[in-house]
Write a protein that binds this ligand. Sequence first.
Ligand code: GLN
Ligand code: ZN
Length: 772
Amino acid sequence: MALAHNLGFPRIGGDRELKKAQEAFWKGELDEAGLRAVGRELRARHWQVQKDAGIELLPVGDFAWYDQVLTHSLTFGVIPERFRGQGEAGPTLQTLFAMARGTLGAKGGDSCCGGAHAQPLLAQELTKWFDTNYHYLVPEFTADQTFALSWEQLFEEVEEAQALGHKAKPVVIGPLTYLWLGKAKGAEFDKLELLERLLPLYGQIFQRLAAQGVEWVQIDEPILALDLPQDWKNAFERGYNLLQKEPLKKLVATYFGGLEDNLGLAAGLPVDGLHIDLVRAPEQYPTILDRLPAYKVLSLGLVNGRNVWRCDLEKALEVLRHAHDRLGDRLWVAPSCSLLHSPVDLAREDQLDAELKSWLAFAVQKCEEVAVLARALSEPEAPDVLAALAASRAVQASRAASPRIHNPAVQARVAALKPQDSQRPSPFATRIASQRNGLYLPLFPTTTIGSFPQTPAIRLARQAFRQGRLSEAEYTEAMHSEIRHAVEVQEKLGLDVLVHGEAERNDMVEYFAEQLDGYAFTRFGWVQSYGSRCVKPAVIVGDLSRPKAMTVEWITYAQGLTAKWMKGMLTGPVTMLMWSFPREDLPREVQARQLALAIRDEVLDLEAAGIRIVQIDEAAFREGLPLRQAEWQGYLDWAAEAFRLTASGVRDETQIHTHMCYSEFNDVIESIAAMDADVITIETSRSDMELLDAFEAFAYPNEIGPGVYDIHSPRVPGKEEMVKLLRKAAQRVPVERLWVNPDCGLKTRAWPETEAALVNMVAAAQQLRAEF
Ligand code: GLN
Ligand code: ZN
């Protein structure tokens, strides 16, 4: 027998019910009782689906109103001073949402204590959860941090599950991972010093859970899959030794990577079980068996919790049978990680063809896979087990042979690639000379990052087109009219390099994915990104290629409206890959190369149509960075190469731009330089140009457009402010290599503030020209 359990289920609901309820609550359209009822209903439904699927031990505590790390901060009383109301009352749901979203202050918006604050409160920082596209709220610790049990949610939900007759396994983030994820505020100190203060809280929680009749608790410690400093490794031993005496059986869960040098440490912790991710790190399987103490449960994560493909059950079963011979009843089976990162239910997909649908599994189906794997050990001859294995075999066979996946022309093209294909013919110095000759731009040339406001009118037009209420000709004309408007405004403002505004694009990845062969789309494949925000990544199904030009008509239309340069606008291969569900039967770097070739063709078509400047966005370049330092270089090499492959087919005089909107370049600057874009535009305004230090220190040779204003807020920056930033930039980068632009695209802004900000930006550039 192996026990089937789950590490966590997506909380948003198959129809994004949680998102809708939260947003209604924030707008004041739903009261707290209504919101709580939606949460309760979702939890009940999700436990039931998992149980029906055959999961024996159900996760509780995976539900969160906004984010599970935030729930823990409330539980431990890690509530920054600014969110604490006067008086003794504990935190409320209002406190929680204020910590997540900030408050607007006295004038409307939500406020954490009945509008008593006159000052707006800054939300906690949002950061990527390991290498996923989920974002958590960063706990804020102070040197004098205290911890006190301040939030009852976990205990209430355990009671709720038990009342429904379920066997609950509460899930908590482990003490070391929780501290690791937080940020020290104020006077500097070592977060590890807080461990001894935090541990008693875990003791209290475990005692309460034990009193509720809980048998097992799952303690998530994903940082065991990271490179850990020695003092953190020591702290694991110290901390778990202190927790050893607490009641309850403890399962430490690791995921997102292999334990590697932490394997001995993890295996030896004085707990009752260990979960490992065998999807990401299958190679750790045999070693772990030898290191695991004889009393411990081993939970094998065999079903990928982070992708949408059906599990190869027979392959997984092979490992499981082997483990079962060694471990007997001490063997558990689970998804690799929480199913938070996969969409909810494939059964909802009514527009996928039968073949493709047979290849996919969402959270509900993944639970079924876990359960059938467990049953395959205890009842190998049961008809449903045999049927599931036969179906899995059929899926693997049909995928392996499907012409939909395998495109010989694409494969041959990738196989024939030579090093010079990802190398511009001339070095930057030669290229920039011929570009300057042809483009004739002033010093401090001004441009924008691509998108202009996506107004309600644009979204309505797209919706009407999709629903057939607008003909293609009418839709094209609506978009043309948006382009005309964008061009008129830019000419009036006196910008130097124009963009068409991206009105026709729903999303910078989906827009291109829809036009490539090899991609598929779901209707309900939503995954939580943060809070109420969900994304619906496109699915890379097979070899990728571009049947025809994707952007040339729009860009040449825009170029035809102006005598200034119109910048072509594309999404790069790495970003396309990072924001899609990738294939599992082909390495990521090969998928990146296929994307690179498809986009390279588009770059060449734009050049042939007379476009002289092409921007290839790589907003997600950093997102692919592996969790382990030792793997960084390998990733960075193929990622930079994929970009160059996209960009290297053009003549010297064609200028390639790239754009990245984040503010950490120090550790990857060499690879940014290796991309060899003629111009890179980056987000810098909020870092006060300090970000340019990395470029200066590296003597980054190509041109740079450091963003001079933050596009995340409607605030209109003054000219002086931008002049100051540009002067700072000019101290770090030779002026003949500087561009002037906002931090990122303007699609989330409205027109009035956009125009006002750009007027000032152009004026700032003019002033700098006069100064240099
Ligand atoms: N060209 C895109 C835009 O302006 C870039 C978006 C991004 O970097 N996230 O919207
Ligand atoms: Zn950006």
